[in-house]
Design a protein around this ligand. Structure first.
Ligand code: DQA
Length: 148
């Protein structure tokens, strides 16, 4: 049975394609979902792809992932920089997590440099646009098959 992973997207990412294209590019969230599904298939991973604008719903989706998914890829959007609740949710379910950002958050405003998610993630991929999600799938597949 293929391993299953959850790709979870936080606030405002539903607007990708039209939202600040100079920062986030013109790829839509539907494009990213399609590409993640194709990459998942190539890697032998089942991909569930979700989005929510609300912090509590993201916490619920992380809780529900326990027992259903082997790992998590998370672009928490602005909650990256504020949400102890999301950090605690990841610690609570103990799912290996790869943090993704389209933009290079370390080259942007100082308030984007700190990530609560990074404290509980295997690693962070940022600055490579939508391709970062595919890199995250590679990294998670590698970790799940040969955990360091
Ligand atoms: C983002 C970076 C965050 O700082 C921002 O709030 C987002 C998107 C990214 O993918 O680059 O909403 O997570």
């Amino acid at each position: 049975m293929p391993l299953s992973v959850l790709v979870l997207n936080g606030p405002n990412l539903n607007l990708l394609g039209t939202r600040q294209p100079e920062v986030y590019g013109t790829t839509t969230l539907a494009d990213i979902e399609r590409d993640c599904r194709a990459k998942g298939q190539a890697l032998g991973l089942d991909v569930e792809f979700r989005h929510s604008n609300s912090e509590g719903e993201l916490v619920d989706l992380i809780h529900d992932a326990r027992g259903r998914h082997a790992g998590l890829i998370l672009n928490a959007g602005a909650y990256t920089h504020t949400s102890i609740a999301l950090m605690d949710a990841i610690s609570s379910v103990e799912l290996p997590t790869v943090e993704v950002h389209l933009s290079n958050i370390h080259r942007r405003e100082p308030f984007r440099h700190h990530s609560y998610i990074a404290k509980v993630a295997l690693g962070q991929i940022c600055g490579f646009g939508a391709f970062g999600y595919l890199m995250a799938l590679e990294a998670l597949a590698h970790h799940l098959r040969s955990p360091a």
